[in-house]
Design a protein around this ligand. Structure first.
Ligand code: PAF
Length: 283
């Protein structure tokens, strides 16, 4: 694998692939890599003649400066891990902030409801920052396919809308959530969980799974309340939201009989660490 910092180096390496019409696959990350990221990378390795993995902790998507400061940075370990999975021609792109933002990015995207509810409500500006960085990375990497995990379900919807708004010629590939053996969705933030929080966190997914079997017995509102109470039976877990929404529009679902795919999305504070997860109600 090749490690590059500058877009010129990236272009020089990818030019022969582009000239021969050989597709670039792209996995954008903020580092602190885990099996979830590796599954996205493996997906790309299966389909794409060359894979680019970027590591860049994007300041514009952190609405809380403390969260940005505490975000795990482990480039040395990440590179060692990537060395084991990437092929000789694959690239790790480690841009500096001045490369991504030569000037402050002042673009404000109009995502309608998509970035106003759930994560958008509790992390104002977060998705605008995600759209800024991902559009800039797409501009530099010029991928044919880009891979995103379904754990960040709302993020994927926002990025899909961003590619439509900017008419970007990239196919987004959603990849399944990868979980620890006890069901906890893998996340770089899990590294920051204390012992007690780590022990209690699997309750989040267990509760979501149970919720999918209860939808015939409760109204949507009752189920939303039930999920909150069930998760909060663990003393270190505090639910920020759990909502059932239309999986495509993110409109709140009021009645199970409404048509269309439905998704339950949750954000939970496990002590000081904020975790998200989601589940489909189409089962
Ligand atoms: O999901 C992430 O890790 C980040 O939001 C992303 C897509 C790499 C943009 O910084």
């Amino acid at each position: 694998m090749l490690t590059v910092k500058l877009p010129e180096e990236l272009d020089r390496h990818l030019a022969p692939f582009r000239e021969k019409g050989r597709d670039t696959g792209f996995v954008p990350t903020m580092g602190a890599l885990h099996e979830g990221h590796l599954s996205l990378i493996r997906c790309s390795l299966q389909q794409d003649p060359v894979t680019v993995v970027s590591i860049f902790v994007n300041p514009t998507q952190f609405n809380d400066p403390e969260d940005l400061k505490k975000y795990p940075r482990r480039t040395k370990e990440d590179l060692a891990l990537l060395e084991q999975v990437l092929r000789a021609d694959d690239v790790v792109f480690l841009p500096e902030e001045k490369t991504i933002y030569p000037e402050p990015d002042t673009r404000i995207f109009d995502f309608g409801l998509l970035d106003k509810v759930l994560e958008g409500e509790f992390r104002p500006g977060h998705f605008n920052g995600v759209a800024q960085v991902v559009s800039r990375l797409f501009e530099l990497v010029k991928p044919v396919r880009a891979y995103f995990g379904l754990k960040d379900f709302q993020q994927l919807a926002v990025i899909r809308r961003m590619t439509e708004i900017l008419s970007l010629p990239v196919t987004l590939i959603p990849c399944p959530i990868i979980r620890e053996p006890d069901g906890l969705a893998m996340s770089s933030r899990n590294l920051r969980l204390g012992k007690e929080e780590r022990e209690q966190a699997p309750r989040i997914y267990r509760t979501l799974q149970a919720a999918t079997t209860l939808k015939n017995n409760m109204s949507v509102q009752e189920l939303e309340q039930w999920v909150k109470e069930k998760i909060e039976e663990a003393p270190r877990l505090k639910v920020e939201y759990f909502r059932v929404v239309r999986a495509d529009t993110f409109r709140p679902v009021k009645d199970w009989n409404e048509p269309g795919p439905k998704q339950g999305l949750v954000a939970v504070w496990a002590g000081e660490v904020r975790l998200i997860d989601n589940v489909s109600f189409e089962l």
